[in-house]
Design a protein. Structure first.
Length: 113
């Protein structure tokens, strides 16, 4: 069964950090680009960051540049999103995605004082 499972979300104060994890199973993880998206109520999902199959190419939304870092471990079949200096506008459900319409269940990130 093809599956992505996110974890690591939570409630933090502005300026704090979180590290999200996405663990994959059921497919050959090392050949796929993996993306992190986020979504707030009433809005479309926004691509936050992506990483190619070998971790050589990383792309970020403008809102994430300089604060977020995506990485992966193909042995552990995992992708990570390190989020630093979090802002209230980063509040959203964060989803891991594999091309081919494969999505995780999401993890809630709330940034509030």
């Amino acid at each position: 069964q093809v599956q992505l499972v996110e974890s690591g979300g939570g409630l933090v104060q502005p300026g704090e950090s979180l590290r999200l994890s996405c663990v994959a199973s059921g497919f050959t993880f090392s050949i796929y680009t993996i993306n992190w998206y986020r979504q707030t109520p009433g809005k479309e999902r926004e691509l936050v960051a992506s990483i190619d199959s070998q971790g050589d190419i990383r792309n970020y939304a403008d809102s994430a540049k300089g604060r977020f870092a995506i990485s992966r471990n193909n042995v552990q079949k995992a992708v990570y999103l390190q989020m630093n200096n979090l802002k209230p506008e980063d509040t959203a459900v964060y989803y891991c995605n594999r091309p081919g319409n494969v999505w995780g269940q999401g993890t809630q990130v709330t940034v509030s004082s």
